[in-house]
Design a protein around this ligand. Structure first.
Ligand code: SF4
Length: 235
């Protein structure tokens, strides 16, 4: 399946510093029907948007990330579990690659880990979705609820649960289950893409903003003469 499977994605980024420990490969899938009020990634909702890519291409990125010493892979979205076939093929291939003897261990001596964000609760997942998540070392579950802000690291709202699923997941994520953000955590990563033909500069924010962060950035941009157009958190 790994050779023919595809995944609709919104984008990728390396190094991702804000969703999981260390410097990671981030992959954002395209398509989400959960429509959480306050979602900052509305551009990932449309299942017909994004780019359809062979899982083999994503595994090529993961191979390069491992060669550069990545500490893990984070799959977010969009809703990864809405593409169980592609997700399952990707995670299985990613697990096989990170298990190779040539892969450098991370600073805690373990292998690079696999982390998946899903808006579903664990008991909402179908058998196929659970199977797809099989190789994941940890999963963050639950809708984003704008009315339940949190300082829990790597979670967007207080209801979301971080669930280690493997021995490596317990090693890597166990110490962080109840940990709140502290100065060692990178808050938001800001990446400016190349200028487009219409003269705008696409800006991407990676990570989990605190309440008010997005509005503050909009205000600051406007104050500096760099107004944001079509921010992905506006309907
Ligand atoms: S927060 Fe996540 S689960 Fe909720 S609508 Fe946005 S992408 Fe979907």
């Amino acid at each position: 399946m790994g050779n023919t499977a595809r995944l609709d994605i919104s984008g990728t980024h390396l190094p991702l510093l804000t969703l999981g420990p260390g410097a990671r490969l981030g992959v954002w899938v395209q398509g989400c029907v959960l429509a959480c009020p306050g979602c900052m990634s509305r551009h990932t909702w449309d299942p017909a948007g994004g780019t359809r890519v062979p899982v083999a291409d994503l595994l090529g990125l993961w191979r390069q990330a491992l060669e550069r010493g990545a500490s893990g892979l984070t799959v977010s979205g969009g809703e990864p579990c809405d593409q169980p076939a592609g997700l399952g093929a990707f995670l299985k291939g990613a697990h096989d690659l990170r298990s190779a003897p040539s892969v450098r261990p991370t600073s805690d001596g373990g292998a690079p880990d696999l982390l998946v964000y899903t808006g579903y609760e664990e008991d909402e997942l179908t058998t196929e979705q659970r199977a797809a998540l099989g190789p994941a070392d940890a999963v963050v579950t639950g809708r984003f609820r704008i009315t339940e802000p949190t300082d829990l690291v790597w979670r967007g709202s207080a209801n979301q649960r971080m669930v280690p699923r493997t021995e490596l997941g317990r090693l890597r994520y166990g110490p962080h289950l109840a940990r709140t953000r502290d100065p060692r955590d990178v808050g938001l990563q800001v990446v400016v893409d190349r200028r487009t033909r219409d003269g705008t500069w696409p800006v991407r924010w990676y990570g989990i903003p605190r309440p008010g962060d997005l509005t503050a950035m909009e205000r600051e941009g406007a104050r500096r003469g760099l107004p944001l157009s079509a921010p992905s958190w506006r309907p």
